[in-house]
Design a protein around this ligand. Structure first.
Ligand code: NAD
Length: 500
């Protein structure tokens, strides 16, 4: 059994209360780790350590190349343990070993590498164009770190989410307190261990305090924190916004989604059909941008639905640690019950269950939380299964008559995280992309979000952007400096204003 303690001020420590919690693998429900549980007192301690490192430490004042080279060195250390980290991530989250090995961990690592390369190229001092004041000045902006940034991350793909938060926040000179989800904190704790062993980060620069709602709320409310980066559900995001208002913190929110996926009538179905399953079934649908609403033209509906069902029934649901599994389990019993509830709701609302819809106990490890990949046809976009985030392997197929109808229904959602359009005619697809109200649109693709490109939500899917220059800028604030060039006191026009 693995044991982990909180990482505060450069040391691994027990929680003040002495409380711990067990981490269970979705694979078979067995305990795989014992983790110290952060409470309010621990979070205050972590914030104080981060505050000290932000206000007095060398980290924020280090040169850009120096900090970037430390981030790059950490990337190399994470790469050296990539295989063990992938294994642990699969056990902790239930994502298949293929997902964690080919996507989750290497992709998360890419954000460290890319950030280390991009950050030194950011101009931290830039001239401000002259304005028409009567006397001249030398004017420029300085980009500066916020100070202490708190990160709160969800359980679904924690290695990716933690890298998305940590790499840009640290590179830009902030100190951080990361509160990973209590459901899946293990690779965050391993990242802390690797960072601690490396000696790259002065004490207090990186702090990790796993736990649930109490440490999360404390982190958002603590006056020692300057900014909060939150990734999680829209409902919790709204709460974070309220809590942050007490100290008027800057926040970025990366929230839920119900992404539309539109097949146009000239789509290459050999690509679009498997593409639509990739869109919805990655990590058994437990992905924020999952393409859960598939819009199909009436003329192709029967063919598309038949091929979707056939391909789905050919997928292998099984042990996430088995390389043969296409789909793994859901996170836990609660998630399994949520998905079951939505399947019942879909039936009650009059949608047609085309395949799946059941828990699976045969041919999978005993005690795990397995659910069949599920497709509903004849879905009306107003149904709850088309409007609410299920966070499971459930696809809602919606028939449309005209492209205008498809776009209207795609936009009829409180969410606006991502979406896709499939067509052989790229101009036609781009015209549809322009009319969709989401932060990301793929044409003939899904899920690819590079470290170079902005990611974030429209509407209730979020505030702010991650990645690339956009993500770095969120972690920096702009200071304006005006150096007066007037040669003498007489040239100061404000002497006349007050008659001084
Ligand atoms: P969640 O909102 O329940 O929890 C997210 C994090 O917030 C966890 O660390 C949790 O402990 C913490 N938390 C919960 N209540 C809190 C409170 N009142 N104050 C402070 N912290 C609190 O989300 P989840 O179930 O862990 O994750 C799934 C959700 O995350 C889905 O809605 C998914 O769409 C979303 N998500 C979004 C993105 C994105 O980039 N937009 C990425 C991944 C997941």
């Amino acid at each position: 059994m693995r044991e982990y303690r909180l990482f505060i001020g450069g040391e691994f420590v027990d929680s003040a209360s002495g409380r711990t919690f067990d981490v269970v693998t979705p694979r078979d429900g067995s305990h795989i780790a014992h983790v110290a549980e952060a409470g309010a007192e621990d979070v205050h301690r972590a914030v104080a350590a981060a505050r000290k490192a932000a206000d007095h430490g060398p980290w924020p004042t280090m040169s850009q190349p120096e900090r970037a080279s430390r981030i790059m060195r950490l990337y190399e250390l994470l790469m050296a343990e990539q295989s063990e980290l992938s294994d642990l991530e699969a056990q902790d989250t239930g994502q298949t070993i293929r997902v964690s090995n080919l996507f989750g961990v290497p992709y998360g690592n890419e954000f460290w590498r890319f950030t280390a390369e991009l950050y030194p190229k950011v101009e931290l001092i830039e001239p401000v164009p002259a304005y028409g004041f009567p006397t001249p000045a030398w004017e420029f902006t300085l980009l500066e770190p916020h100070g202490v940034v708190g990160g709160i991350t969800p359980w679904n793909v924690p290695y990716i989410e933690n890298s998305w938060f940590l790499a840009p926040a640290l590179a830009t000179g902030n100190t951080v307190v990361l509160k990973p989800s209590p459901e899946t904190p293990l690779t965050a704790m391993e990242t802390a261990r690797i960072a601690a062993e490396s000696d790259l980060f002065p004490p207090g620069v990186l702090n990790v305090v796993p736990g649930g709602v109490e440490p999360g709320q404390t982190l958002v409310e603590d006056p020692g924190v300057d900014m909060i980066h939150f990734t999680g559900s829209t409902e919790t995001g709204k709460r974070i916004m309220q809590l942050a208002s007490g100290t008027l913190k800057k926040i970025t929110l990366e929230l839920g989604g119900k992404s539309p996926n539109i097949l146009l009538d000239d789509a290459d179905l050999d690509m679009a059909i498997p593409g639509s399953l990739w869109a919805v079934y990655l990590h058994s649908g437990q992905i924020c941008q999952a393409g859960t609403r598939l819009f199909v033209p009436a003329s192709l509906y029967d063919e598309v639905v038949a091929r979707l069902v056939e391909a789905t029934e050919g997928m292998t649901l099984g042990d996430p640690m088995d390389y043969g599994s296409d789909l793994g389990p859901l996170l836990n019993r609660r998630q399994l019950e949520t998905v079951e509830r939505y399947v019942q709701l879909g039936l009650d609302e009059g949608a047609k269950l085309l395949t799946g819809g059941q828990r699976v106990t045969e041919g999978v490890p005993e005690g795990g939380y397995y659910f069949e990949p599920t497709i509903f046809g004849e879905v009306d976009n107003g149904m709850k299964i088309a409007q609410e985030e299920i966070f499971g392997p459930v696809l809602a197929v919606i028939r449309y008559d005209s492209v205008d109808d498809a776009i209207r229904m795609a936009n009829e959602s409180i969410y606006g995280l991502a979406g896709a359009v499939w067509s052989r005619d790229v101009n036609r697809a781009v015209n549809v992309a322009r009319r969709l109200k989401t932060g990301t649109i793929w044409v003939n693709d899904f899920h690819l979000i590079g470290p170079h490109a902005p990611f974030g939500g429209y509407k209730q899917s979020g505030i702010g952007r991650e990645h690339g220059i956009w993500g770095l800028r969120e972690n920096l604030q702009t200071k304006y400096v005006r150096v007066s060039q007037e040669a003498t006191r007489d040239q100061k026009f404000w002497f006349q204003v007050l008659g001084l």
